[in-house]
Design a protein around this ligand. Structure first.
Ligand SMILES: *[C@@H]1O[C@H](CO)[C@@H](O)[C@H](O)[C@H]1NC(C)=O
Ligand SMILES: *[C@@H]1O[C@H](CO)[C@@H](O)[C@H](O)[C@H]1NC(C)=O
Ligand SMILES: *[C@@H]1O[C@H](CO)[C@@H](O)[C@H](O)[C@H]1NC(C)=O
Ligand SMILES: *[C@@H]1O[C@H](CO)[C@@H](O)[C@H](O)[C@H]1NC(C)=O
Ligand SMILES: *[C@@H]1O[C@H](CO)[C@@H](O)[C@H](O)[C@H]1NC(C)=O
Ligand SMILES: *[C@@H]1O[C@H](CO)[C@@H](O)[C@H](O)[C@H]1NC(C)=O
Ligand SMILES: *[C@@H]1O[C@H](CO)[C@@H](O)[C@H](O)[C@H]1NC(C)=O
Ligand SMILES: *[C@@H]1O[C@H](CO)[C@@H](O)[C@H](O)[C@H]1NC(C)=O
Ligand SMILES: *[C@@H]1O[C@H](CO)[C@@H](O)[C@H](O)[C@H]1NC(C)=O
Ligand SMILES: *[C@@H]1O[C@H](CO)[C@@H](O)[C@H](O)[C@H]1NC(C)=O
Ligand SMILES: *[C@@H]1O[C@H](CO)[C@@H](O)[C@H](O)[C@H]1NC(C)=O
Ligand SMILES: *[C@@H]1O[C@H](CO)[C@@H](O)[C@H](O)[C@H]1NC(C)=O
Length: 411
């Protein structure tokens, strides 16, 4: 018995210790891959020789690793697009033939040199904003008749602000805001907040996605747009164009910890990987299925969102960057991200929506249990076990004790 108790306590202590050790490795960032970031606007442009048309900007972020480089290119010529290129060289460079790039019909007017160093490339393009009149509050646009849809906002026709004004080279961020030509955008905008990361971490604001040195983030904010009906809801159409492997499927992973994104127990990742998934994921777009209805959201401002199944798209998306870099015949896949579900307030209640997506190389980051949750689990699981065992032991000890004689034997 005593040996059993000792054994149980020993086990419990080991469990708590190993959890603590495990969690401190999370605190200390088990993954400490680091990159050196540098930002430049419109690389190689001589604006005297080639004046930029208004609203066109090309942000280049160079994320230098020990023996490889990640290049992020964010471009507002046509539909806004983020291109990610991974090279196995530390001296790869972006080369833009600006006159050809601006005409938008020349493949190869933007390239990474030396071209043989390119290992992986993929572009995410924001093509359209759909608005529909959800009269029956179903929030499933796929099941609605075409008459429920308003004419979509083509993001290629938006007027985009100058990236130069919003660039923050120290924080590695930039804000790209655009407006449609219609009345609805007279006081409103669609903005993409871009952040590049040099090391693992987490954003302050919800959904607080975990990022690492191989990822960058885009937060889409639809602010102050006048909806075309009182019961309007929105969907955002996204398209990806891949170099070698198209991003063909969306995996939805479950989690039992929602500490960083309250009430959200899922993470979705649109991955580029071969059909037979034995080989690793090459690149991804990852998001939590949630949007927020206020800039500084409270719990009740969260609204779930849902993606449609990715489908092949016949044409390249209308992005100057994609045409210049990929051109020709490339696999394009698209999906719609639908914000809100049945019963949730319509857009008119706050006139605000924000949704965040992480774009990166390699396997998507995986949320691990926070140290707090691990300790709670250790105490929560360990304590009852200890009590049960100690209780059992006490009962046994009592039973085995010699019973006092209550009755005198009758002669
Ligand atoms: C990043 O820059 C620092 C200081 O400039 C340097 O010590 C370090 O080696 C660089 N790291 C990489 C991966 O280039
Ligand atoms: C780059 O460095 C990593 C470790 O930092 C190593 O595993 C890999 O083989 C290196 N690649 C090349 C091409 O040197
Ligand atoms: C691209 O457009 C320019 C001017 O619009 C035209 O002169 C040129 O022939 C076009 N090039 C291709 C390859 O279509
Ligand atoms: C980079 O990759 C290319 C193509 O895969 C290969 O030919 C080249 O040798 C690689 N360079 C280095 C430095 O690993
Ligand atoms: C809304 O519901 C009514 C009654 O069920 C139906 O007749 C109508 O077609 C629905 N409208 C839409 C756009 O689904
Ligand atoms: C958007 O621009 C394209 C190309 O310039 C044009 O064909 C299309 O009609 C425009 N769409 C809208 C809704 O303005
Ligand atoms: C950005 O703006 C600053 C000052 O407003 C100017 O000096 C700089 O040349 C601009 N850069 C580009 C790339 O346009
Ligand atoms: C935009 O804001 C101005 C001033 O706040 C207001 O007068 C105008 O009516 C607004 N426009 C729309 C379409 O809401
Ligand atoms: C980032 O990519 C590099 C190069 O492929 C790889 O060595 C490293 O482990 C990756 N780091 C993370 C955090 O995924
Ligand atoms: C939004 O639309 C709903 C449904 O038609 C309506 O009841 C509500 O008053 C509207 N809210 C605002 C702020 O306009
Ligand atoms: C994937 O696996 C299936 C069956 O396991 C096989 O028939 C198919 O050829 C594989 N495809 C590739 C691209 O390896
Ligand atoms: C997005 O939704 C609209 C409206 O239902 C549809 O016409 C379009 O084909 C969808 N796009 C994709 C990529 O599924």
């Amino acid at each position: 018995m005593a040996a059993d108790i000792m054994y149980t306590i020993h086990f419990y202590v080991l469990f708590v210790l190993s959890t603590l050790r495990c969690s401190s490795s999370f605190i200390g960032n088990g993954e400490n891959y680091r990159r050196n970031l540098s930002l430049e606007l419109n690389p190689g442009l001589n604006s005297l020789l080639t004046p930029l048309p208004p609203g066109v900007g090309l942000l280049h972020v160079r994320a230098l690793g020990k023996n490889n480089t990640l290049h992020y290119l964010l471009c507002s010529q046509g539909a806004p697009a983020l291109l990610l290129v991974h090279t196995n060289s530390t001296s790869s460079k972006v080369k833009v033939d600006w006159p050809a790039f601006l005409v938008q019909n020349t493949t190869g007017s933007l390239k990474l040199t030396p071209e043989s160093s390119v290992l992986y490339s993929n572009a995410l393009v924001f093509t359209r904003l759909w608005e529909y009149d959800d009269v029956n509050d179903t929030a499933v646009p796929e099941h609605l008749p075409p008459s429920s849809f308003f004419q979509p906002y083509e993001l290629q026709n938006f007027t985009w602000d100058d990236l130069n004004k919003t660039l923050d080279p120290m924080a590695h961020t930039a804000l790209l805001c655009g407006r449609g030509a219609s009345e609805s955008f007279s006081n409103g905008s669609l903005c993409l907040k871009f952040s590049a990361f040099d090391v693992e971490g987490r954003d302050q604001g919800w959904p607080s996605l975990l990022h690492n040195a191989n990822s960058s983030q885009l937060r889409v904010v639809l602010d102050g747009v006048v909806p075309r009906s009182n019961r309007s809801r929105f969907s955002l159409e996204l398209q990806v164009v891949g170099g070698t492997q198209a991003m063909s499927r969306v995996d939805v992973l479950q989690s039992i910890d929602d500490e960083y994104t309250p009430s959200i127990f899922k993470v979705s990742q649109w991955v580029s990987s071969p059909v037979n998934s034995t080989s690793p994921v090459l690149g991804y777009a990852q998001w939590k299925p949630v949007a927020y209805r206020r800039p500084s959201p409270l719990f009740e401002d969260a609204t779930p969102c849902r993606h449609s199944t990715p489908v092949p798209v016949a044409q390249l998306p209308p992005s100057g960057l994609v045409r210049a870099y990929f051109g020709g015949e490339r696999q394009t896949t698209g999906l719609n991200m639908t914000f809100s579900i049945t019963g949730d307030p319509f857009y008119n209640t706050t006139n605000y929506l924000s949704w965040t997506v992480l774009v990166g190389l390699g396997s998507p980051p995986v949320d691990s249990f926070s140290p707090l949750v691990l300790v709670i689990m250790a105490v929560g699981l360990g304590t009852p076990m200890l009590i049960i065992l100690l209780g059992g032991v006490c009962v046994c000890v009592r039973k085995n004790r010699p019973q006092p004689q209550v009755y005198e034997p009758i002669n």
